[in-house]
Design a binder for this molecule. Structure first.
Ligand code: FES
Length: 358
């Protein structure tokens, strides 16, 4: 009948995803995306706050309520075609959605946790390895992130897991956190004011995980974007995934390269071809540096040409300019758009979303 029905005192609506044939319940007060992630459904998303457009889908039937105005993100043409943002839509009746890029993988259900920072280690002048302890184990996929909030700062910040996911979930996880100049949360964190303070954590979240395939992989990281890629690759190495892989890491100077021993250990146990290409963009005065120089995206074609097949995949994580520059390079090389997966670390100019916000 398409109306709210009572279930254990909660009124729920049903969301059906086409053409996948997946359906799930939405509780009153939840967005459609929140409901999907809480039930482990891999609904496409990134920011979760209505700024990135990753959760766009088309309303085929039923009624929704806009939590925030879609017109900030969607074009007039999209609005006319019943395109909606799942993270900013509440279901008023049962609804049917057409969701581009929907994958039927089951994710670990997202939930609310408390957490505290139990250790911090400086990796570079502006990146720290932060050990976070949850009140109970959180299960996640390598590549995903957790949202952290403290009563001292408005809004949540998203931090990718740097440590690989144990199958049974982890009570302690590691994050690579970059200090954002004037970023409220990272200023507190780097000053030690959040050590052993109770934090609110929600997760796991994010659509960035290793797809099941035997195809070669091109991985490109910038800044603290190394975290989700290393989590993903360490997990793959533990499963003996035997894919050929190149990892490019863009940094400014040698002092900004970190996790180098971890990458060496990963390469040594990787069950396939593995090459690592660090690229420095500000090494003009560094006569000792024998490696690649310039923008990391300028090195992709040379580093990855040997890995090109019709189904080669690319995984990118880092700041938006790096990802925006890499996408045409990858498509020019012949990587199919459907095989390019990325996690953009947006900043304050892009809205409250990923960890570079601070
Ligand atoms: S706009 Fe919905 S996930 Fe970003």
């Amino acid at each position: 009948m398409g109306i709210w029905t009572a279930l254990f005192g909660q009124r729920v609506a049903q969301v059906s995803v086409e053409p996948a044939g997946v359906s799930f319940a939405v509780e009153r007060g939840q967005s459609i995306l929140e409901a999907a992630l809480a039930q482990g459904i891999a609904f496409p998303h990134s920011c979760t706050v209505g700024t990135c457009g990753s959760c766009k889908c088309r309303l085929k039937s039923g009624k929704i309520r806009e939590i925030t105005n879609f017109a900030y993100v969607l074009s007039a043409e999209e609005l006319r075609s019943n395109v909606v943002l799942a993270c900013q839509a509440a279901a008023k009746t049962d609804v049917v959605l057409e969701v581009p890029g929907f994958e039927s993988k089951r994710l670990h259900p997202a939930g609310d946790y408390t957490a505290r920072i139990v250790k911090r280690v400086a990796l570079t002048h502006d990146i720290q390895q932060v050990t976070l302890e949850f009140d109970r184990p959180m299960a996640f996929d390598g590549g995903q992130y957790v949202q952290l909030a403290t009563d001292a700062v408005f809004g949540a910040r998203a931090y990718s897991f740097a440590s690989p996911p144990p199958p049974e979930g982890a009570r302690q996880v590691e994050l690579y956190v970059r200090r954002v100049p004037e970023g409220q949360l990272t200023e507190l964190l780097f000053a030690g004011h959040l050590d052993n303070v109770t934090l609110h954590a929600h997760g796991p979240a994010g659509n960035f995980w290793l797809r099941e395939s035997r195809a070669p992989m091109i991985c490109i990281a910038g800044g603290s974007g190394l975290a989700p890629l290393l989590s993903m690759l360490d997990a793959a190495a533990a499963r003996n995934v035997g894919r050929n892989c190149v990892l490019l890491f863009g940094a400014r100077t040698q002092a900004d390269l970190y996790a180098q021993e971890r990458i060496t250990a990963l390469a040594a146990r990787w069950n396939g071809g593995f090459s690592y290409v660090p690229v420095l963009s500000a090494a003009e005065d560094d006569a000792e540096w024998q490696g690649a120089r310039g923008l990391v995206t300028a090195q992709v074609a040379a580093a990855a040409a040997a890995l090109m097949t019709h189904d080669t995949e690319a995984y990118l994580c880092g700041p938006p300019p790096m990802i925006d520059a890499a996408l045409p390079v990858l498509t020019e090389l012949g990587v199919a758009p459907n095989n390019i997966h990325f996690d953009k670390f947006l900043d304050a100019s892009h809205g409250l979303s990923r960890q570079e916000l601070g």
